[in-house]
Design a protein around this ligand. Structure first.
Ligand SMILES: Cc1cc2nc3c(=O)[nH]c(=O)nc-3n(C[C@H](O)[C@H](O)[C@H](O)COP(=O)(O)OP(=O)(O)OC[C@H]3O[C@@H](n4cnc5c(N)ncnc54)[C@H](O)[C@@H]3O)c2cc1C
Length: 448
């Protein structure tokens, strides 16, 4: 019998997960993975920590070579192979081998698109030589090379979302002058205002210049390099710019193959992660998913989601029958010695989705005050007026807030209401947990 041909396009988080699972699901299938860049299966979330040396070698973030992946997973990997188009009718992909520019076409029975996302850059800066993004290992190496071969002092980072802040922190640790520029009134602009204000205070305690709410930004360019930026009339010299103004789905290949995309331009998929073509599946940052709180399509590019989706798409493409449920967003970001956790939806997103919301917030010490290292935790819960159903929460404190985020994420999935928080039996040990848990305080406050 002819072997099933399964092809995966894209080899970072979702792709290798899809390919390995497809091969496990149907061991007799030929599974091939094509990746446009030189690496597969890399740690993207860890990239900022390479600048400060917290992770001392980028090679530690390349989890598999193509040979190792074949050895362990029995998937054939083709790096530096860009898939430029798909012929859905004949079920073929057209690939450019970037090593020698040769072109090949390859037939498939099932195709899995895991083409991920693209880092956005301001449109007027396309082609600028000292403008960088931090999206993959190759980007890190380009930035590192520039830092090492130029006498860099000032670095402007555009965008104070989580990637901008993590990058700023790790470059500042290496004594660069970091200028973080954000057009919103506060950093982490999609967070609750109270949390964003705490983030602002925390960043300002470090030696990082934070420029918020700028009205006018002009780039002074010579020889295709930005040498200074005019920010609301203030001239700032810069040696390089890192753009971290967000990512967007890399869905061009899908669009050119007439696959349906949604309002965020992410590929539309059904509960089995099948696209509008039943022979093509998709997973990771290139797709839109259903938000469990709003029940609407959303774009939430996260490594955790990409990995799980890859697994499900891989299984289904190879004959499995797995479903991908609606998701609860659950994001944690380290901001110097603090952690911000954001779960579910923000008040703004809840209101935009038609909910009538209420919220409670509280600040309490994370440990009883007599314990060394006790510091304040801020927490806010957003819930639906009337039903009291929890819709979202944010916390800013020490690393214990990560656990609060996971607990609230579970409660949101179960559609629990805020009164339940008071009924939970929380643990207490003086060096590690508070005598009265902030979640209990928030539950009690909401009841009042
Ligand atoms: C600096 C940084 C920090 C992050 N931190 C976190 C975090 O702390 N927690 C978290 O959950 N998420 C984090 N993320 C997000 C996370 O990295 C992404 O959600 C994840 O990488 C998505 O994986 P993916 O495989 O879907 O897409 P991508 O990582 O974008 O990979 C897609 C791959 O497809 C390849 N490709 C695209 N088109 C083609 C084509 N036509 N032919 C062949 N190959 C193609 C690309 O070269 C790329 O390698 C972070 C992201 C960044 C940039």
């Amino acid at each position: 019998m002819r072997k099933q041909e399964i092809i995966v396009v894209g080899g970072n988080a979702a792709g290798p997960s899809a390919a390995a699972k497809a091969k496990r699901e149907n061991p007799s299938a030929n599974v091939k993975l094509f990746e446009a860049g030189p690496y597969i299966s890399t740690g993207t979330c860890e990239l900022p920590y390479l600048f400060s040396g917290v992770i001392d070698d980028y090679k530690k973030l390349v989890f598999f070579s193509p040979e190792e992946f074949y050895e362990e997973k029995k998937v054939s990997v083709y790096t530096n192979h860009f898939v430029e188009s798909i012929n859905n009718r004949e079920k073929k992909i057209f690939v450019v081998n970037r090593n020698d520019n040769s072109k090949i076409d390859i037939p498939y029975d099932k195709l899995i698109l895991t083409t991920g996302s693209k880092a956005k850059i301001p449109k007027n800066l396309i082609g600028i030589k000292n403008l960088f993004t931090l999206k993959n290992v190759s980007d890190f190496l380009s930035i590192k090379k520039y830092l090492d071969s130029n006498n860099v002092r000032n670095i402007i980072i555009l965008g104070a979302g989580y990637i901008g802040i993590e990058t700023a922190e790790n470059l500042r640790a290496m004594n660069y002058n970091v200028i973080l520029v954000e057009k919103a009134e506060l950093p982490m602009p999609s967070s609750e205002k109270e949390i964003s204000s705490l983030v602002k205070d925390r960043i300002e305690k470090e030696d990082i210049e934070l420029h918020l709410q700028f009205i006018d930004m002009k780039f002074n360019i010579r020889d295709e390099k930005i040498y200074s930026v005019n920010l609301d009339g203030r001239l700032i010299d810069t040696c390089m710019i890192i753009s971290s103004i967000g990512v967007e789905p890399n869905s061009q290949l899908a669009i050119s193959s007439n696959l349906a995309v949604g309002k965020f331009k992410g590929i539309k998929v059904d509960g089995k992660l099948r696209t509008s073509d039943t022979n093509i599946y998709a997973a990771g940052d290139c797709i839109e998913i259903k938000n469990a709180v709003t029940n609407q399509h959303d774009y939430i590019p996260l490594a955790t989601f990409a990995h799980t989706q890859g697994h499900i798409a891989g299984s289904n493409a190879a004959g499995g029958n797995q479903f991908y449920d609606a998701v609860v967003k659950n994001v944690a970001v380290k901001i110097f010695d603090n952690v911000l956790v954001s779960v579910g939806v923000s008040s703004k997103q809840a209101n935009q989705s038609g909910f009538h919301t209420k919220s409670v917030d509280a600040v309490i010490p994370n440990l009883v005050k007599v314990m060394p290292g006790s510091s304040n935790t801020y927490g806010k819960i957003i819930y639906e007026q009337g039903t009291n159903r929890i819709l979202g929460a944010e916390f800013f404190g020490k690393s214990e807030v990560i656990g609060y985020g996971d607990l609230i994420s579970a409660l949101i999935s179960k559609k629990e209401n805020i009164d339940f928080l008071e009924k939970i039996n929380y643990n207490y040990t003086p060096p590690n947990s508070p005598f009265i848990n902030i979640l209990s305080v928030l539950g009690r406050k909401a009841k009042k």
